[in-house]
Design a protein around this ligand. Structure first.
Ligand SMILES: [Zn+2]
Length: 467
């Protein structure tokens, strides 16, 4: 009888230990997505409908929330590689480095490695280059995040099961083998675009899903995307299909990488459009969660905030609803202006530019602009198109833009009554949202290095940080 009791208790203990373990983990990282970007997007969704208040994003409704500090080993304001490494490995490192401790030598293991060691399938996905800082932080280790060639090589050596993103950044170097050759040699199948993925999804090899040929190394902003551009929600759909083949479960990291590009460019319509695009990808994960609620964990966070976005124009109102009339990103409008230059053989009149501004920003039609802003736009047209002086391009981290496009987006921000004080990162908290098995760990003030450890605890991974 006593022995039976002992057996029963140990069976019950084992069951309770494994009940609710996160067999499936979704880890979303909105690059540059601080609390203001999340909230402003929700104000925007309401104002678009002519209402005050917020229309919640799917992930903002998740029951557990925390604020995470994100300072790195070298600065209170982190960059994406130090933050990505903290979110991946649970260790703080110096800005600009990927996967190596400040001693410059000790290589870090990541939650993706821990998941793999636990027998799970692993997917690393993004809307930017597959060897850009955030995705690389999950498989790579280099003294500089700009070592794109080496990081791409490390991707092909990772042994992970699924990758997706825009493309490899700098896939070739001198006469060394390209990332594509190395990937194929390592047994990966490269698939371009969602159509080709549909046709080849059962090839039986691990897949690297990229944009169609010739479309650059990152997926366009949602605001600029064509119908056949790859989308983050398609990437998560494909990742689930591929990774669920393993009956032991999976770990999937998905980065909304262009939110940060929008922040660096101080382009609210582009930035918020990509917050919504990531939320659409979260919705795919949430549908999966609803089918496996006891065995799925979804965590959404950011690596840092970008642009220092302030939800005030200096008066007691914001007006983000006007952003619905912006039809292209700042960079997209630079291309519109370039085309005008080309088509009009350098004889671009104010009426042409005014028509393009109305078409792409709603100025003078749906969006009223001040006399001062109109004069500033006129002056910039004169300067850019009527004088022979060399046009000084507006530089942000990822783009060089026409100054008139830069100014149009600044006018848009004034109309929306929001302020972007800087074009770099800020040191504000990053938000954390969680639902599912183990989600109750994500509350209060935590540090970004706690997040992968909490995921490991929820999923039963063994934490091994150093190689
Ligand atoms: Zn950034």
């Amino acid at each position: 009888m006593k022995r039976l009791f002992v057996v029963l208790v140990s069976v019950m203990l084992t069951v309770s230990m494994f009940a609710g373990q996160a067999k499936y983990v979704f880890y979303f990282i909105g690059d540059g997505m601080g609390p203001a970007e999340v909230l402003a997007t929700q104000y925007y969704l309401s104002q678009k409908k002519g209402e005050l208040g917020i229309t919640p994003l799917c992930f903002a409704t998740f029951p557990f929330t925390a604020y995470a500090t994100s300072y790195s080993a070298s600065s209170d304001v982190t960059d994406s590689s130090a933050a990505g490494t903290a979110l991946a490995s649970g260790c703080k490192i110096n800005n600009g480095v990927v996967g190596l401790l400040p001693d410059g030598e000790t290589r870090l293991y990541t939650v993706a490695n821990w998941a793999k060691a636990a027998g799970k399938s692993v997917g690393i996905t993004t809307s930017v280059g597959v060897n850009h800082a955030t995705p690389a932080s999950f498989y790579g280790y280099r003294p500089s995040r700009n070592d794109y060639y080496e990081l791409g090589v490390q991707l092909t050596e990772s042994g992970f099961d699924f990758f997706a993103g825009g493309d490899f950044i700098k896939p070739t170097r001198d006469d060394e083998p390209s990332h594509y050759e190395l990937a194929e040699k390592a047994g990966y199948q490269i698939v371009r675009g969602y159509d080709e993925y549909q046709a080849k999804k059962n090839v039986g090899k691990p897949i690297i899903l990229l944009q169609k040929e010739g479309r650059g190394d990152n997926i366009p902003y949602a605001i600029d995307a064509k119908d056949d551009d790859l989308r983050l929600d398609q990437i998560v759909t494909a990742a689930i299909e591929q990774l669920s083949k393993n009956k032991k479960g999976f770990f999937l990291m998905c980065e909304g990488g262009k939110i940060d590009y929008g922040g660096h460019a101080n382009d609210a319509a582009a930035c918020f459009g990509d917050v919504i695009a990531m939320d659409d990808a979260v919705k795919v994960a949430y549908e999966f969660y609803k089918k496996h609620p006891k065995e799925t964990l979804i965590v959404i966070t950011a690596d840092h905030e970008t642009g220092g976005l302030a939800l005030t124009g200096g008066s007691y109102s914001i007006n983000t609803g006007v952003l619905q009339y912006q039809k292209v990103s700042k960079h997209g409008f630079s291309e519109v202006l370039n085309k005008l230059r080309h088509d009009k053989k350098d004889k671009v009149e104010w009426a042409d530019v005014k028509a393009a501004l109305t078409e792409n920003f709603g100025f003078w039609r749906e969006v009223k602009i001040s006399h001062d802003d109109e004069m500033a736009l006129y002056d910039e047209w004169y300067h850019s198109f009527q004088t022979n002086e060399k046009v000084k391009m507006a530089e942000s981290l990822y783009y060089r833009d026409e100054p008139l496009s830069d100014l149009a987006v600044k006018v848009m921000a004034r109309c929306a009554k929001i302020i972007w004080p800087v074009g770099s990162h800020s040191g504000i908290y990053v938000p954390v949202f969680a639902i599912g098995a183990g989600a109750e760990q994500f509350t209060g003030q935590i540090d970004n290095t706690d997040i992968p450890k909490k995921i490991a605890k929820a999923a039963g991974y063994k934490v091994k940080q150093f190689k």
